[in-house]
Design a protein around this ligand. Structure first.
Ligand SMILES: Cc1cc2nc3c(=O)[nH]c(=O)nc-3n(C[C@H](O)[C@H](O)[C@H](O)COP(=O)(O)OP(=O)(O)OC[C@H]3O[C@@H](n4cnc5c(N)ncnc54)[C@H](O)[C@@H]3O)c2cc1C
Length: 444
């Protein structure tokens, strides 16, 4: 042991969720708040994210997303803020006439032109009328795509139709080319100005409890490299959280009355040290970064191919990200099989690379000339009902801040938790978010 320390709120994890929790706590309390991050802030899932943002979903998700958009509007309005935002719109495209008919029916129902409860002619996996409830969704028939939208490089010939969501956009960046890592660091900077301490390269090895309540954490220093040394999260970057850990056995015990698990896909192993189960599963998400010799002279919308699950995300005019998130894994297992995030290799499989690049070229033929500059695999988190898990657990003083769509929902997750922990406030969505919907706990 090297010694002891103390704080009031120990936030474990410096990704977008931990950054938001710290920021929102610091807006409500003068008590010490410390963020412990074993790597560098924003350096894991957040950094690998395509960082798309849009209004959608039934309540409470819609209201939570709206809070996030409002916060990001304030944050990004500051001309010194590092992340950028692109409002590009999103096209979900299909080559199947039945799916196109389903898209049309959904858009009509969402716009109130058709009965929302009428049976769907073609059920569309992953979307229903409630998903489209709060945003704008228009159906564009395949033959009208190039007559209604300025999308010069898109090959619409084979497309039967598209669901167009104009409000969708994404975070992008300069220094960190994808932007989401910058966003987390921007929130942390604001938290630091409010007095928050950020302990980077410090791993929490155990949450300490006594008589059913949290008494602190045990930490040890790690020796990871700065992710800014490599602006991309791919194969050339250090993305194995344990990789450069020093052999330093020195541990510090930090006394803390509140510990918040904001460790992304590592939340289950962290919370387990206090005997708390986090009921999530993990999804592998391969991403391919294509660089164009000649930057696109216009902004492309994001494009998602319904049949192939391949997505095109124009991050910058010279960099296009291609994602591939099949519902079934290569071996036919459901993609969201429970898995250990640290054991997921950062390199996509050859079959995934082939499918992703083939579909990307089919949809945007110009991408055939692009160079595969980088690739990586992110690990997404899936909760049983799709909503975040936020609030106090059965172990007094231990809270969870868990979400699968962290870029959109982290602001609201931080706000809800800070209100609860500092002011004892419950929000109208407390029941829908509390860990107690899956296990015994005090928040319901
Ligand atoms: C390819 C991909 C695309 C995505 N696209 C979108 C999107 O379009 N929109 C959207 O909203 N979301 C998207 N997501 C999801 C979103 O990126 C994540 O929900 C979000 O980044 C998770 O943030 P987090 O802070 O919970 O986790 P992380 O960013 O992983 O942060 C957790 C941090 O905790 C640290 N940590 C872990 N254990 C310990 C420990 N014991 N001690 C100290 N530190 C620890 C880790 O080092 C890490 O930095 C996407 C994800 C992926 C992978």
């Amino acid at each position: 042991m090297t010694g002891t320390d103390e704080t009031t709120f120990a936030v474990v994890g410096g990704g977008i969720v931990g950054a938001s929790v710290a920021y929102h706590l610091s807006e409500r309390t003068d008590e010490p708040v410390t963020v412990y991050e074993r790597g560098d802030p924003g350096g894991e899932t957040t950094r690998k994210s395509t960082a798309m943002i849009g209004v959608s979903g039934p309540e409470p998700l819609h209201e939570l997303r709206t809070y996030g958009i409002r916060l990001y509007n304030d944050l990004l309005a500051d001309p010194t803020a590092a992340p950028r935002y692109q409002s590009a719109g999103r096209l979900r495209v299909t080559t199947d006439p039945d799916v196109a008919a389903g898209f049309a029916q959904l858009a009509d129902a969402a716009a109130g032109r058709a009965d929302r409860d009428a049976p769907e002619s073609t059920p569309i996996e992953g979307i229903d009328a409630a998903t489209l409830e709060h945003g704008t969704a228009a159906f564009v028939p395949g033959e009208e795509i190039r007559g209604r939208l300025l999308v010069p490089p898109v090959n619409a010939e084979e497309l039967e139709g598209a669901l167009y969501r104009p409000e969708y956009g994404h975070i992008s960046g300069d220094r960190d080319r994808l932007g989401a890592g910058e966003l987390a660091r921007e929130l942390l900077e604001r938290a630091k100005r409010n007095g928050v301490t950020v302990e980077s390269r410090t791993e929490v090895t155990e949450i300490r409890t006594a008589a059913g309540r949290v008494v602190g954490i045990e930490t040890r220093p790690t020796g990871r490299a700065d992710p800014d040394a490599n602006p991309d999260p791919g194969v050339n970057a250090d993305s194995d959280p344990g990789a450069n850990s020093s052999a330093e056995p020195n541990a510090t015990v930090v006394e803390a009355r509140n510990v918040i698990c904001a460790a992304g896909p590592w939340n289950p192993e962290l919370a387990a040290t206090a005997g708390v189960e986090v009921p999530v599963e993990h999804v592998r998400s391969p991403v391919f970064a294509l660089d164009l010799d000649r930057p696109l002279p216009y902004t492309l919308p994001m494009i998602k191919s319904h049949e192939s699950s391949v997505g095109i995300h124009p991050k910058r005019r010279d960099r296009i990200l291609v994602t591939y998130t099949p519902r079934r894994d290569g071996d036919g297992e459901p993609a969201e099989k429970r898995r250990d995030p640290s054991a997921v290799p950062n390199t996509p499989r050859e079959s995934e690379r082939r499918t992703a690049l083939r579909w990307a070229e089919r949809l945007v033929p110009r991408l055939a000339d692009a160079t595969l500059a980088d690739e990586w695999v992110g690990v997404g988190t899936k909760t049983p009902d799709g909503a975040p898990i936020v609030g106090r657990t059965a172990v007094e003083g231990l809270s969870l801040a868990v979400t699968g769509a962290g870029i959109q929902l982290a602001p609201a997750v931080g706000d809800v938790l800070a209100r609860r922990l500092v002011d004892g406030e419950t929000t109208p969505h407390n029941d829908a978010l509390a860990p107690s919907r899956f296990a015994d706990g005090p928040d319901r």
